[in-house]
Design a binder for this molecule. Sequence first.
Ligand SMILES: NC(=O)c1ccc[n+]([C@@H]2O[C@H](COP(=O)([O-])OP(=O)(O)OC[C@H]3O[C@@H](n4cnc5c(N)ncnc54)[C@H](O)[C@@H]3O)[C@@H](O)[C@H]2O)c1
Length: 259
Amino acid sequence: MASESPFRLDGRSVAVIGAGSGIGEGAAEACARQGARVACFDVNLIAARATADRIAAAGGEAEAAELNILDPDAMGSALASLDDLRGVVATPGVNVRKRLLDYQPDEFDRVVTLNLRGAMCVLQVAGRLFTEAGGGSIVLLSSIRSQVTEPGQGVYAATKAGIVQLARTAAAEFGRKGVRVNALAPGVVDTPLTKPIQQNEAWNSAYAGKTALGRWGRSDEIGNAAAFLVSDASSYMTGAVLFVDGGWTAIDGRFDPPA
Ligand SMILES: NC(=O)c1ccc[n+]([C@@H]2O[C@H](COP(=O)([O-])OP(=O)(O)OC[C@H]3O[C@@H](n4cnc5c(N)ncnc54)[C@H](O)[C@@H]3O)[C@@H](O)[C@H]2O)c1
């Protein structure tokens, strides 16, 4: 039996953009647990450093740097400077929860710019680097909202569906060069992004109750899936949407019939 697990990332670099918080932090820590050298990038350098410090304190290898996902030139230099880069995970995203009739143009632009243009920058920069190198794995953050929506989620949901189609198109365009592109679609995850929901008891428990598992997800549970998508354990996966949602999209309602 081969001794090297395909889940391991020893000796490889993985870049996590958005590593300062939530799912990005979970992804950085999960990749480090699998032996990767992790480059923790975030627009918030202090937060990125804190993640890198936690990884180092746990015996892993990590560095931190400031990076805006919307700056392709800076991203190109940052990624090109990493040794044996095999994976890029990009998590930055924003949601303005507002009904369609109330949405303002600047709010629309803010959500679409970070969520869609950010994903596009990653695909162009990492895509160029990886297709020239002949391999690599890109992981973008979609959401259950790419499939199912609710009042107040229209623009966010549209960007998360758009990310799926960008990832699928990139998979089609880069696949023959050995580059894989997948979208990770979490359900509701306990992170700073969702704190306002968790502070509303009715909302918090309704979301937990919608899942098959009856609870919110943790950022490490999404991070583990990101590490899997970066690793050779997912070597035949590309253009896929991996739902890590506690069963949210598998079950159809909030009623448990007495049958
Ligand atoms: N938390 C959830 O329940 C949930 C569910 C489904 C999908 N998602 C998606 O997962 C992703 C991560 O969500 P999260 O909850 O971890 O969010 P978060 O707000 O906790 O973390 C986002 C990180 O991105 C960084 N960031 C913001 N703008 C940036 C920029 N321009 N350049 C670089 N870094 C930037 C922030 O500083 C922060 O560290 C998002 O795309 C979100 O839509 C989250």
